[in-house]
Design a binder for this molecule. Structure first.
Ligand SMILES: *Cc1c(COP(=O)(O)O)cnc(C)c1O
Length: 351
């Protein structure tokens, strides 16, 4: 608290990111980073940027990256927005599209940054409870609203909504923007990106932090009708004209160009997820079916917060949310086979 703050600052409830511990040799399964590094071609592209050109500002329109992403999804570059991580893309989205007279709708269990942006921009919102099994009941969203947003697959549950259901929602909800936050879509879902051409109120947000192993570079994109993208650009250019630096721009293009590496890494994570889900079930955990690079699990006889603390003692960190409905669950990121094995060995000792 400071008397020099703008009054609104003391009213904010900022997002609390997962811990980035300084201790070596921890098995870090708490923030859904990719256990594998980026493509060698990404590293090469970054090296190519290291030189005198760093004295120059980057391309404020990210035109090469937007063309690359447009080609990848069969869209036009005017239908692509790029920003400094999808958190920034989401922030601009909330500012540009969701400050409406009707409330924004999102699930009661979803990405915990959504209510934070609502607080920052004074956006009225209504949370819609997920079903008992954590599935999303689309019929509950058939009501007047100022926008709809949900992660797909959902975070932190990992549950996937089929593309046909999203299309059904878009057909029923034409008067406001529907944002699908696809941070984890590459680990088992089907992207809604192709629907952008047919639904002018659909915005698909993606990140290169998870499936493309680039959390450290902060790259996010949005795909949507060019008028939606124009709205985001107006906000961006009223905030920071150069959100993406030269290294990030070069790396992002290379990441989309190395399709083979991307596919291989995603498949390895998926295979490990299936293995780990089975191992956890054997230890008595109830594991939700996941289409993401994490699993959401609970042990009927063990308190989740205590489990997380015990795991930490064993050098393994996972994520626990002190939140109604899910405070007996743990969200466990998929690691390398060796990291997952260390988790299972530690759990075997604990439970
Ligand atoms: C990780 C995550 C993001 C943020 O990704 P960044 O691009 O790293 O900012 C957005 N939405 C969801 C649901 C996420 O899990």
């Amino acid at each position: 608290m400071s008397r020099y703050w703008s009054p609104v600052v003391s009213q904010l409830s900022p997002y609390v990111p997962g811990e980035q511990p300084k201790i070596d040799n921890l098995v870090k399964l708490n923030t859904n980073e990719n256990p594998y590094g980026p493509s060698p071609r990404v590293i090469e592209a970054i090296r190519g940027e290291l030189g005198d050109s760093l004295r120059l500002y980057p391309d404020p329109t990210a035109s090469r990256l937007r063309q690359t992403v447009a080609d990848y999804y069969g869209l036009e570059p005017q239908q692509v927005f790029a920003g400094n991580g999808s958190d920034e893309v989401l922030a601009h989205t909330f500012f540009a599209l969701f400050q409406q007279s009707r409330p924004l709708l999102f699930p009661d269990i979803a990405y915990s940054f959504y209510p934070v942006y609502c607080g920052l921009y004074g956006i009225a919102h209504q949370t819609i409870p997920l079903a008992e099994d954590f599935s999303l009941r689309l019929d509950d969203y058939h009501q007047p609203n100022g926008g709809i947003i949900f992660p797909n697959p959902n975070a932190p549950t990992g549950c996937l909504l089929p593309l046909a259901d999203i299309e059904r929602l878009l057909e029923a909800n034409t008067e406001s923007v529907v944002v699908v936050d696809e941070a984890y879509i590459d680990f088992g879902g089907e992207s809604a990106a192709p629907l952008v051409k047919r639904y002018p109120n659909l915005l698909v947000v993606q990140t290169l932090s998870k499936s493309r192993s680039l959390a450290g570079l902060r790259i996010g994109i949005a795909l949507g009708d060019s008028t939606l993208i124009d709205g985001l650009v107006r906000v961006k250019d009223s905030f920071n004209s150069y959100p993406m630096d030269r290294l990030a721009l070069a790396a992002a293009v290379a990441a989309f160009e190395d399709e083979a590496y991307f596919r291989q890494v995603c498949q390895q994570v998926i295979d490990s997820r299936e293995q780990l889900s089975g191992d956890l079930a054997e230890l008595g955990f109830e594991v939700l079916p996941s289409a993401a690079n994490f699993v959401f699990a609970r042990h009927p006889q063990r308190d989740a917060e205590q489990l997380a603390a015990a795991l930490r003692q064993e050098g393994v960190i996972v994520r626990h949310f002190k939140q109604p409905r899910i405070d007996q669950h743990l969200r466990i990121s998929i690691g390398t086979p060796e990291q997952n094995r260390r988790l299972v060995v530690a759990l075997r000792r604990i439970v």
